[in-house]
Write a protein that binds this ligand. Sequence first.
Ligand code: NAI
Ligand code: AKG
Length: 448
Amino acid sequence: MLHEKLSTIYDNVLRRNPGEIEFHQAVREVLESIGPVLGKHPEYAESKIIERICEPERQIIFRVPWEDDQGEVQINRGFRVEFNSALGPYKGGLRFHPSVYLGIIKFLGFEQIFKNSLTGLPIGGGKGGSDFDPKGRSQREIMRFCQSFMTELYRHIGEYTDVPAGDIGVGGREVGYLFGQYKRITNRYESGVITGKGLSFGGAQVRTEATGYGCAFFVEEMLKARGTSFDGKRVVVSGSGNVAIYTIEKVRQLGGLVIACSDSSGYVVDEKGIDLDLLKQVKEVERQRLSAYAAKRAGEGAVFVPGRSVWEVDCEVAMPSATQNEITGKDAERLVRGGCLAVGEGANMPTMPEAIRVFQDAGVAFGPGKAANAGGVATSALEMQQNASRDSWTFEFSERRLREIMRDIHDRCLSTADEYGMAGNYVAGANIDGFKRVADAMLALGLI
Ligand SMILES: NC(=O)C1=CN([C@@H]2O[C@H](COP(=O)(O)OP(=O)(O)OC[C@H]3O[C@@H](n4cnc5c(N)ncnc54)[C@H](O)[C@@H]3O)[C@@H](O)[C@H]2O)C=CC1
Ligand SMILES: O=C(O)CCC(=O)C(=O)O
């Protein structure tokens, strides 16, 4: 239910951004949480902070022409939404996926404002990407696309302005090509202009692992708050990309047993526990489908289930790490019936609103993406810090920093939820805490 004033604001968002359904969903979830804040802080409403937060500071849409391996000209659309810079330079990843349109980039950019605020680090919110489909493209095609994308993007970004990184379809390889083209065009070795870089050219230890590791740390804290741990728990992780792989790695180190993961073609169940070395080989090196993993593990009893949702597998901990709106209300009911007691969102907005309600009503500990997957962007901010000081930290030190950040986010979500009379509600805690820091900075900066 929306507070009356917020309902009017939401109606305006719908009117001003027609058809952008994912953006509407992300805005609604935040507005549903912050009603009680307005009672305590009338100054936010007087200065129209919420209306201003819902309107991006700048949206850039551009043409990305490139030539495929057959010499044919291809044209894609590029986006960068610079949503809010009250806390620092715009910060957020780039997504290359055929489903990308303005509504997806705006939902991700909007979420990023509050997530980045929750980290406590000086980063504003932004997001970008393209409807380019990397699937089936050669390495040279990927490079040509990235170079063309950066040939427009370079004029909008900078260490103090806007700092992109990866997201779906954009990993270390793509970040390398993007940074290479930026350096070539500008003649500046401006390491802090993009994060997620390789260790040979200004990258930071633990950034590759950070989102997955951070999510596992967050869930570990949620379990601890309920007097339990990962030890011996059956865990399902969706996806098998960057976030999923490093979630699996850390969950295993923390004592959990990951029995299933997925990709867009289906899922694999491996009751003895996902073989991480094999998964990395299949996904990171060979860039193959998950069915190739199952074929190589058939002797160990691994089974590939094509075309179905991994959320039909019973587990005690669910860690959605693929894409938005992947857990439906029905999936959530089934997971609760199967004994699920904690959910940590590695992906952005993977759980549909009705599914969140099912989990919360059943008393499942539910860690929203803004909080649970904030370790990736937090470690990006640490990468910027190292670039600015021309330093590089050890793996152990960086991981310790990440763990402290995740613990702090967890504790603030809980204490804020408590303060506003919604004990145990991590969604409300994350939204309120993330919102307040941005709102206070916006008030202090005046009407800009
Ligand atoms: N990379 C990062 O640092 C961060 C990523 N995220 C979020 O995590 C999620 C995953 O991102 P990455 O792992 O970086 O991307 P990725 O491109 O490395 O992996 C994406 C994975 O999701 C799977 N997938 C995509 N669409 C699917 C669908 N419809 N059904 C089933 N599986 C599907 C792909 O097959 C792939 O395994 C996204 O929601 C992203 O926004 C959130 C915070 C930081
Ligand atoms: O590391 C970053 O800057 C952004 C990571 C990201 O895209 C996200 O948090 O969703």
